[in-house]
Design a protein. Structure first.
Length: 206
């Protein structure tokens, strides 16, 4: 489990390409590697990946076909940075919201509103996921737990404070970029349950 509170960023220092398969090597700081072991889970831009090798500051992760299809990780190149969060442990403070690290889709950054000490980003989801968007609801954007500010069809906005911009890669995002999206699991469960109940009531066979 993750909380959506990004602990920092890490640089991608090596990429090994294979057939519908990638290995990413990140340069992770001493603090981020503390207690880290092979087999541990680390979120990269909100996508849960498993540590496969640790060599000093360099930590390796494998990305399979489904990860490359659903997330923006397959488009990264050496020198790019990713948002990093270690898996939550019992007793940790959960300052964001519970996240699984399972990216459901990507969204395109379509507009940026700048204001003093604030930045509002507008994203557009694939239309089929718009039903999970609610004002003041939660959403994971590249692994960051954020509150939805406004919803307009399949578009939604989030408001970023300077600390979020300083700690994450969202400060570097420009219109046209694609980010990983994780819908709040509770919201998804409630919406899908209501849809099933309504569908059963309208089923003429019943």
């Amino acid at each position: 489990m993750f909380t959506g509170i990004v602990q920092g960023t890490a640089e991608l220092v090596s990429v090994e390409e294979r057939n519908e398969f990638r290995t990413h090597v990140l340069d992770m700081s001493d603090v981020m590697r503390e207690g880290l072991e092979i087999g541990a889970s680390v979120a990269h831009n909100g996508c849960c990946l498993t540590v496969t090798r640790i060599e000093g500051e360099r930590v390796s992760f494998d990305l399979m076909r489904e990860t490359l299809r659903l997330t923006n990780l397959g488009g990264l190149k050496v020198g790019d940075r990713v948002n990093i969060e270690r898996a939550a442990r019992f007793g940790d403070e959960i300052g964001g919201h519970a996240m699984s690290g399972h990216v459901i889709c990507m969204a395109e950054l379509v507009d940026i509103d700048e204001a003093p000490d604030n930045r509002r980003l507008w994203f557009e989801l694939p239309a089929e996921y718009a039903r999970f968007l609610f004002e003041k609801g939660y959403v994971g954007v590249d692994g960051i737990s954020l509150t939805i500010g406004d919803v307009r069809g399949a578009r939604f906005s989030v408001n970023l404070i300077p600390e979020t911009l300083a700690r994450t890669t969202l400060s570097d995002r420009a219109p046209g970029d694609r980010v990983n999206i994780e819908i709040d699991p509770q919201t998804q469960a409630i919406v899908e349950t209501v849809e099933r109940v309504l569908a059963s009531r309208n089923d003429p066979v019943r």
